[in-house]
Design a protein around this ligand. Structure first.
Ligand code: F6P
Length: 328
């Protein structure tokens, strides 16, 4: 292997820069040149790239975002786009491409594989932690920390005003961020897709525990952490419905993209460094169409085609515990 490409794709995640750095430094050890494409797969299609030398990745390990910029690429959903991407890789004489992103980005990578003769490796980078084949994705630990910081602050004002607060967290269709941050923040209730669908018709399931808490325990604040896409009409509509049903002031806070930013925490920097280095080493060893993941602290290869096969399970033990304390 003489020359490889790297790109960051989909929702950016803290630690993507650390992964790019590890890829470039490891490639240098193996005398491999690295090209970094800008704006995800768009940079590949438009041949918008830069050479990445070790001096370009100095002091980026602590930076959030991604040096290469990220984007979603609609063109790659078409066969024509995939062919064009493969042609670009061939014309740049790339022996391989490393894609740092989530399962959507890996689907794009697999589409290119039909037309590309080189090696393709994925590195899981998304705050959502919804990729099968790795215990954690790069960015998840930082997002949890950011969410916790915010929820702890909301607790102060919720306590002072004796209010119910709904805090909406990201995750697209996964409750991983919500369950983890909710548990760590000591939230009174957690609502995420894995707990079943919430509608106006079954609102009582979340009202009953609130009524118990209010009447029996005199709690001064009540925090419900809610995964995005959990309620038709959104979390603000849910807060309104609760206010109406309980006759208590209820506020919604949508945390949003704050969860994607910030300097990566130590765990993300270490994971990103490990997976970036491992991706290059395994490419040198001949790996293709694999994702570099970590399971039980061991770097492992997992077929890219299986990463989005099924919804990654959130911890069933913590789910049971949370449901048990919430209904008490
Ligand atoms: O996949 C990361 C993520 O932040 C999801 O949690 C969220 O649903 C989505 O991206 C938001 O996408 P956008 O930045 O395009 O609004």
């Amino acid at each position: 292997i003489k020359r490889i490409g790297v790109l960051t794709s989909g929702g950016d995640a803290p630690g993507m820069n650390a992964a790019i750095r590890a890829i470039v430094l490891t490639a240098a050890v193996h005398n491999i040149d690295v090209i970094g494409f800008h704006h995800g797969f768009n940079g590949l299609l438009e041949q918008d790239y830069q050479m990445l030398l070790p001096q370009h990745v100095q002091h980026i390990i602590q930076q959030g975002g991604t040096l290469l910029k990220s984007a979603r690429c609609k063109a790659l959903h078409t066969d024509n786009g995939a062919q064009q991407a493969a042609a670009a890789l061939h014309s740049l004489q790339l022996d391989g491409l490393i894609v740092i992103g989530g399962d959507g980005s890996f689907r794009g990578t697999l589409a290119i594989a039909k037309y590309y003769q080189g090696q393709l490796i994925g590195v899981p980078g998304t705050i959502d932690n919804d990729v099968d084949g790795t215990d954690y994705t790069i960015g998840f630990a930082t997002a949890i920390d950011t969410a916790l910081n915010a929820i702890d602050k909301i607790r102060d004002t919720a306590d002072a005003f004796e209010r119910i607060f709904l805090v909406e967290l990201m995750g697209r269709h996964s409750g991983y961020i919500t369950l983890s941050a909710g548990i760590a923040a000591g939230a009174e209730q957690i609502i995420c897709p894995e707990f079943g669908t919430l509608t106006e018709a079954n609102l009582q399931t979340i009202l009953t525990p609130i009524q118990h808490a209010q009447l029996l325990r005199g709690k001064s604040s009540y925090i419900i952490v809610v995964a995005e896409n959990s309620y038709p009409g959104g979390t603000t509509a849910l807060a309104d419905a609760l206010s109406k049903a309980l006759n208590i002031e209820c506020r919604a806070c949508i945390l949003g993209h704050i969860q994607r930013g910030g300097s990566p925490v130590g765990a993300d920097r270490i994971l990103a460094t490990k997976l970036g280095a491992y991706a290059v080493e395994q490419m040198v060893n001949g790996a293709n169409l694999m994702m570099a993941g970590e399971v039980n602290q061991q770097a492992v290869l997992y077929p890219l085609a299986k990463t989005g096969d099924k919804q990654k399970q959130i911890d069933p033990y913590m789910v049971r515990w949370q449901q048990c304390i919430a209904s008490d």
